[in-house]
Structure formats: structure tokens, C-alpha cells
Design a protein around this ligand. Structure first.
Ligand code: UN1
Length: 497
């Protein structure tokens, strides 16, 4: 019998008020039931907010270096359990073990960065324009933070949001993706073991339309951070705008890798295979478009087709697996739909484009790595996010044309250029309209201590990771201290004429 999991609300593991649960299954083998998780609703969110408000009072008064110490212990526990968490994550999410280990490592990096930030969290002291007066700023916690996280990085993305939020002194309510609830369950156990006061963290499982929506609409939750689709992000944005909530959105991408005629083609080939088919294409940063200079186009495409064809599909826990399954049936249906759309639009299917045969692969949501050539800019295949192992190849005649193709989509997360020309590399860093540009590396692989995020329909101006996220999760307070013993009027007494 599969285990029945609970929510963590008000310091206790509790059943959902609905009394109903959903199944969490292994996407590589759907007969493998990992567990049943709470299908919660608004009442559970209400209870979580009530408790989190008390947690906030306690935690916001705890010195930031002490908060950092808790996160350091969280990092230590993640190190200790890296292998077990990676295995659990592969089982519920499907990506290969090397990747789930990387996912845990990203959480570890984020924990240790947060721990040290507890002894920084800089404010500023600047000279006042008046004599005998100090002017300074410092960072204050905000309140209860609501986190809504996706399936593709079951640990890393929750930690990107949660650890900075906690370090800044907020309490947290998290609703993880219903596709990967187990990983966050494990994370919450670790937080408690590391000594986080129980009311500071609340875990409410369930669906976006119920739990996610209740969190976004709750007046007791002034901060929301969401990673997911641009469409859902827009809905959340409307509510948060109306309710004056602080909101960080991390959404879609249609990332391109440009390969110029002077590029190291071996390197570029390895790069595009990893960028396009790593995580089965299910990263917001996945390489979804390959922009090839016409001089190397045919040569490169031939090699790419063979290499994509040689990728081994399978259960992510298998040593020999290159590419795991998609997350669920709807996701595979969407991929199939885009393959049809591509063909209808006249693109040439070079390899893939089908569900693989074989008994073993029939048990999960597998799809062959797929490459389309002759993809025309402005077509749906070229413009829309697919979130699967489908790569569109576009032929261009110049650097300028490549930049145009890269920029001419609604999204702006990540981009990449392979070139041996340093001038071209610097121009690309300047002209590619994205939050992240890689030179001689694929579009994926951001490091946890730098700001992560994109422009245009990818985000709403905020970043995760690095130093900027600490500004999102804290409020700037400015203090002036006048010790002159008299009234000094700003803008007036220092400038008498
Ligand atoms: C995502 O694509 O959803 O940069 C997050 C990367 C990872 C995180 C990606 N470190 O590919």
C-alpha cells in the first residue's frame, strides 16, 4: 500500500480538510505509485496563514545571523542526504540521476549562500546633507510569503524562493507542484530537523486552482512568488496588482542557441544536445531554437540528427539513460500537438517526432528527441513554448539576422552564442534581449549565486538567486537621526539661497 502524506500546518502533520487525496506516480512507470497527497482547499490555506502569521512574529525578531545558522544546517543535511533525495526526485519527476543530484546541489548552494547572507544583509549609511545628522537604510522582513513552485526543479526552485525568504525573516507557505509533492515534503522535514521553528514553515499540497488561488487571494499573504506558465502568471498578476501584493514571476522561455560559422562545432554539438534534450526539454531555459549560420548549417544538422537519434531513453535511475520521460500525459500530448503543428506549417521533421516503441518505454510518458529543420521565423513552432524535447532549427545568413531571430519572440529568458570571434561575443551579450546570455555554452546551467530571470513575457522585473532576490523578500526602511538639538529642514537649511 502506498503511503498517505499530510500537509504541515500549525506545527503538525495534518490531513486536508477535504479528506481527499491525489496520486503521485512515477512518470517513467505509471504503475509505480509513490504516494497519495492531500488535495487541500481554501480552509487549509486559511489555517496555514493563521499559523504563519504567528511564526512571522517569532522569526522576524530572530537575528538574521541566527536565521542564517538554521539555513547552514539545512545545507549540511542536504549534503548528507543528497543521494537519497536525488533518487526520490528521479522517481517522481523522471529526470536522470545526474540531473537530480545537480538539483539537490543547487539547493545546497542556495542554502550556504543564504547562510552567509545572514551576516551581510547590507543596508547603507550615507552622508546627510545636514550637520549632526545620520541617514541610513536597513532591510526588514515583510510577513507571510506564499510560494507556488513547478515540477521541473522539485528541490532547487523551492529553495531559490524559500531560503532567501526565510533568511530575510519572513514565514513561508509553500504549495509545490502536484506532480512532485514528495521532494518538498522531504525538504520540510529537513527544515524542521535543522531547527526552524515549526510555525515559520507551512506546507499545503493541492492544485493551483484551489490551493494556489487561495494563497494568491488571501489578504494575509502580502508576498507571492510563482514559477510556471506565462498564462497563469498573468492571472496571478491581476490579483496581486489589485491587492497591492509584491509578486515575483518566473515564466516561459523560447531560448535560442546561435551557432556562427567560426564556432567550434564539436563543442556546439555537445552543447545543443544538452541544452535541448537535458531534462527532456522541460526547463524554462531549455534550448528550443537552434539558429545556424548557413555556412555550417547542413554539416551541423547532419551531425545533430545522428546524435539526437543516438540518445537513449529510459528510467532516469538507469546508468545508461540520457533522457527520461515527460512529466505526464498532458505534457506528452502537448508535445505531439506541436509536432503536428510543425508539420502543418511546413517544417521538415529530421528526427524523432514519435512515441518510442518497446514494452519498457510504454510504461511511461516517453517521447523521442525531435529535431525540425527549415523552421520559419514567426511560425507557431518557432514562437511558442513547448516544454518538451523538440528543437527547431532556423537557418540564417548573418550575425544580425541571428540576433533578430533570437529577439523576435515574446519571451526573453536565456540565449547562447557559439563563436570564436570576441567582438561578436561581446556584441551578442549586448544585443540579445534576454536575462541571461551564454557564450560558448548552452542556454541552461545558471549558477545559484547570480541573479536568474528574464525580460519581456518571461518575468515581471524580479530575479531569483544571487543578491537581488534578498531585495525582493525584504522591505527597505530608511532612518534619519538628527542629533543637532535643533530643527533642521531638509532641502532648505543647507541651501539658504
Ligand atoms: C528552469 O529552467 O526552470 O539554469 C530553471 C538552469 C538551472 C535552473 C533552471 N540552474 O538551467
Amino acid at each position: 500500500m502506498a503511503k498517505t502524506f499530510k500537509n504541515f500546518i500549525a506545527g503538525e502533520w495534518v490531513a486536508p480538510s477535504t479528506g481527499t487525496y491525489f496520486d503521485n506516480r512515477n512518470p517513467a512507470n505509471t504503475s509505480d505509485l509513490i504516494g497519495r497527497f492531500p488535495d487541500s482547499d481554501r480552509q487549509d490555506v486559511d489555517a496555514a496563514v493563521r499559523s504563519a502569521r504567528q511564526g512571522f512574529v517569532l522569526w522576524s525578531r530572530t537575528p538574521a545571523p541566527v536565521r542564517g545558522d538554521v539555513l547552514r544546517r539545512v545545507g549540511d543535511l542536504l549534503v548528507e542526504r543528497k543521494e537519497a533525495i536525488a533518487a526520490a526526485m528521479t522517481r517522481e519527476m523522471g529526470k536522470v540521476l545526474a540531473e537530480t543530484r545537480g538539483d539537490v546541489q543547487e539547493g545546497i548552494d542556495t542554502a550556504y549562500y543564504a547562510a552567509t547572507e545572514g551576516r551581510r544583509l547590507f543596508g547603507q549609511v550615507v552622508p546627510s546633507e545636514l550637520r549632526s545628522k545620520w541617514a541610513m537604510s536597513y532591510r526588514r522582513p515583510i510577513g507571510v510569503v506564499g510560494l507556488i513552485t513547478p515540477f521541473n526543479f522539485p528541490l532547487a526552485i523551492p529553495t531559490w524562493k524559500m531560503f532567501p525568504a526565510l533568511l530575510c525573516g519572513n514565514s513561508v507557505i509553500i504549495k509545490p507542484s502536484e506532480d512532485v509533492p514528495h521532494t518538498v515534503h522531504i525538504l520540510v522535514e529537513i527544515l524542521l530537523e535543522a531547527g526552524l521553528p515549526a510555525e515559520v514553515i507551512q506546507l499545503v499540497h493541492g492544485r493551483g486552482e484551489t490551493v494556489g488561488k487561495s494563497l494568491v487571494e488571501h489578504p494575509g499573504v502580502p508576498v507571492i512568488s510563482f514559477t510556471g506558465s506565462t498564462e497563469t502568471g498573468a492571472l496571478i498578476g491581476e490579483t496581486c496588482g489589485r491587492m497591492h501584493k509584491r509578486l515575483s514571476l518566473e515564466m516561459g522561455g523560447k531560448n535560442a542557441m546561435i551557432v556562427m560559422d567560426d564556432a567550434d562545432l564539436d563543442l556546439a554539438l555537445e552543447g545543443v544536445l544538452w541544452g535541448a534534450f537535458g531534462t527532456t526539454g522541460q526547463r524554462c531555459t531549455a534550448t528550443s531554437r537552434l539558429v545556424l549560420h548557413r555556412k555550417i548549417h547542413d554539416r551541423f544538422l547532419n551531425r545533430l540528427a545522428d546524435a539526437a537519434d543516438a540518445l537513449r531513453l529510459g528510467d532516469g535511475s538507469g546508468e545508461k539513460t540520457d533522457v527520461g520521460p515527460l512529466i505526464h500525459e498532458a505534457s506528452r500530448n502537448k508535445v505531439e500537438q506541436y509536432v503536428e503543428i510543425g508539420q502543418d506549417e511546413g517544417a521538415e521533421l529530421v528526427t524523432g517526432g514519435k512515441v518510442p516503441g518497446g514494452e519498457r518505454l510504454k510504461q511511461g510518458w516517453f517521447y523521442r528527441p525531435t529535431v525540425f529543420a527549415g523552421v520559419k521565423p514567426k511560425t507557431r513552432l518557432e514562437q511558442e513554448e513547448i516544454f518538451g524535447p523538440v528543437l527547431s532549427v532556423i537557418k540564417v545568413g548573418s550575425f544580425e539576422e541571428a540576433v533578430r531571430v533570437n529577439n523576435d519572440v515574446r519571451y526573453g529568458l536565456s540565449s547562447s552564442i557559439y563563436t570564436g570571434n570576441v567582438d561578436q561575443a561581446f556584441r551578442a551579450m549586448q544585443e540579445l534581449d534576454n536575462g541571461i546570455t551564454y557564450v560558448n555554452a548552452p542556454t541552461i546551467g545558471a549558477e545559484a549565486h547570480l541573479p536568474f530571470g528574464g525580460v519581456k513575457a518571461t518575468g515581471n522585473g524580479h530575479r531569483e538567486g544571487g543578491w537581488e532576490v534578498y531585495e525582493f523578500y525584504s522591505e527597505t526602511k530608511v532612518c534619519y537621526v538628527d542629533y543637532s538639538g535643533k530643527l533642521q529642514r531638509a532641502q532648505m537649511d543647507a541651501y539658504e539661497v
